[in-house]
Design a protein around this ligand. Structure first.
Ligand code: F6P
Length: 546
């Protein structure tokens, strides 16, 4: 079981509160001047990733106390509980074993008296043989043509993981085009299907529960579109497969049992891309690359399990706690300097915000401290020309992770040099800032008069001292991507342990779903809506206009 301690009642929390007061005015720039070994000391490597966390507002004493906090809150016990399959998802009484999906076949993991690894590998084999048949052209559409488009229909974890990975691994795509339908807004399915040929399109209906309204509606519309093209009911089996834990609901939907890929209730939706939910990834980049993704994640799992409090995920987690709980930072930026990671921040929004967006602790009491931050981000350099101004000179402290690969896949050296230079320059600027003296000297060099300088100077000063982490990898490939995703998964877990919250449920998404039902009924049956005056007014207005 997970420990249930209030972090604010620990000795380390109190010490950190005092250290925060003592170090409020210490500037990182001075720390770098005084200690050239700082960058080496605050760097680490794991699973093909290099993390430089020296540009953070920490001293050795602060860092030690943050680790003491993790120790006092029994992080090692919690890690062990997760990896061995204890029911750490307390409100749903479930184990959390996405790490078992990445175990090699030579290992075993006993869950409820059964070794889960053979079942995991049997499903992987199923994914392998199916994806190879489709990719080689052996699997044909109903008219005898090969499949060239895969449409994944799913939402949340049944969409964001596959989308993000397919985008990230674009250089590994071959003959199959991936497309994604998630939103119940009919404009998405209309746009996607307008580009698809029913004879050469394969639909993967991905839904852990197989009851999610958006996915079921989109799946039904896709089936109607397919049948309207002249295909027969018996052709559905060649064009529709399903991924789910709910085999009964899949059967009711009419999908051939042979075309069902399964996973288990110990895989959380937002941690499911490693399971059969990754089928569309396999179809697009090939099973070998999917396996490499698992290998990279497993390397990070081993590192996390072995190093625990000293691991890279814990480093990121503790720094996040430092800024959230002591500096009051409310947001966190994910800034990949890699266009292929353009959906990474969106993916982490679900992983992090659905996991740690909680305000009740594991004892059922309200929490009186910050928990999960608001995650946002865009790839560099685009973000530099959009929201970075606020990170540099705004009133808010926004810790940020910069992610960059040393090698690219495109071969345009001048582009890549500029990309890397910008990435490093941003972290340097955020750390160093620009003093009044530096700004004044610069303006003088530009030939401005002293009157002009006096007016302009306040706007030209950068306070600096803004915290960043930089994650470097040799190349963004399936293996390093797997490690990167697992790094953040474990970071989120560590923070949940520290904040004494349950990271693996998501009750907060239920109320909106419930309240949509009577509104939908009123819309569909043109009935009077019995509810609050504002909602009623809006509904009436929409009905009037429609
Ligand atoms: O509504 C939130 C949620 O339950 C997510 O946690 C999940 O990833 C998503 O919906 C989709 O669920 P399913 O895979 O069961 O369709």
């Amino acid at each position: 079981m997970l420990p249930k301690k209030n972090p604010t009642q620990t000795e380390s929390w109190l010490k950190l509160t005092n250290l925060f007061d003592d170090h409020l005015f210490v500037h990182m720039r001075e720390q770098f001047d005084q200690d050239p070994s700082r960058s080496k000391r605050y760097s680490q490597q794991a699973a093909g990733l290099f993390l430089d966390y020296s540009k953070n507002r920490i001293t050795d004493e602060i860092w030690q106390n943050l680790k003491d906090l993790a120790n006092e809150l029994d992080l090692s016990t919690a890690i062990n509980a997760q990896f061995t399959g204890e029911e750490i998802n307390g409100t749903e009484k479930r184990s959390v074993l996405h790490t078992a999906l990445r175990l090699p076949s030579s290992q075993s993991l006993i869950h409820n008296g059964v070794d889960v690894v053979p079942a995991v590998h049997a499903e992987l084999q199923h994914m392998k043989s199916f994806s190879e048949k489709v990719r080689s052209g052996e699997w044909k559409g109903y008219s005898g043509r090969e499949i060239n488009t895969v449409v994944n229909i799913g939402i949340g974890g049944s969409d964001l993981g596959p989308v993000m990975v397919c985008e990230a691994l674009k250089p590994y795509h071959t003959s199959i085009q991936p497309r994604f339908i998630s939103n119940v807004d009919g404009s998405q399915i209309t746009a996607v299907l307008s580009d698809c040929d029913p004879e050469t399109t394969l639909f993967v209906i991905s839904s852990k529960s197989f009851t999610t309204q958006e996915t079921m509606t989109n799946a039904q519309s896709a089936k109607n579109w397919f049948l309207a093209s002249g295909a027969k009911h018996q052709d559905v089996a060649r064009h529709f497969v399903a991924v789910s834990t709910n085999l009964e609901a899949v059967r009711d939907f009419g999908i051939d049992q042979q075309n069902v890929f399964q996973f288990w209730d110990w895989v959380g939706g937002r941690y499911s891309l490693w399971s059969a939910i990754g089928l569309s990834i396999c179809l697009v980049v090939g099973f070998n690359n999917f396996e490499e993704l698992l290998v990279g994640a497993h390397e990070m799992d081993k590192h996390f399990q072995q190093e625990g409090i000293n691991s890279m995920p814990t480093t990121l987690a503790l720094l996040g706690v430092w800024y959230s709980n002591f500096y009051g930072a409310e947001s966190y930026a994910i800034l990949p300097y890699n266009q292929h990671l353009n959906r990474f921040a969106a993916y982490l929004q679900q992983a992090d915000m659905e996991s740690n967006g909680k305000s009740v602790d594991r004892n059922g009491n309200p929490v009186h401290y910050q928990t999960g931050p608001i995650i946002f981000g865009e790839p560099g350099t685009n973000g530099q020309h959009a929201f970075y101004q606020l990170i540099h000179q705004g009133t808010k402290l926004i810790p940020a992770d910069f992610i960059v690969a040393a090698k690219n896949h495109h071969g345009l050296a001048n582009h890549h040099h500029q990309l890397v230079a910008n990435c490093l320059a941003q972290t340097q600027a955020l750390m160093m800032g620009k003093t009044a003296h530096e700004a004044e000297t610069e303006l003088k060099t530009q030939g401005l008069s002293s009157e002009e300088i006096e007016v302009l100077l306040p706007f030209k000063i950068f306070e600096g001292n803004r915290p960043t982490n930089t994650i470097v990898m040799e190349q963004l490939n399936p293996k390093t991507l797997g490690a990167l995703i697992a790094l953040y998964e474990h970071k989120i877990f560590v923070q949940g342990v520290i904040w004494n919250i349950y990271s693996y449920d998501q009750w907060g998404v239920e109320l909106g779903k419930q309240l949509a039902k009577p509104i939908l009924k009123a819309l569909e049956e043109d009935q009077v809506f019995e509810g609050d005056a504002s909602t009623k007014q809006l509904l009436d207005l929409i009905r009037k206009f429609s």
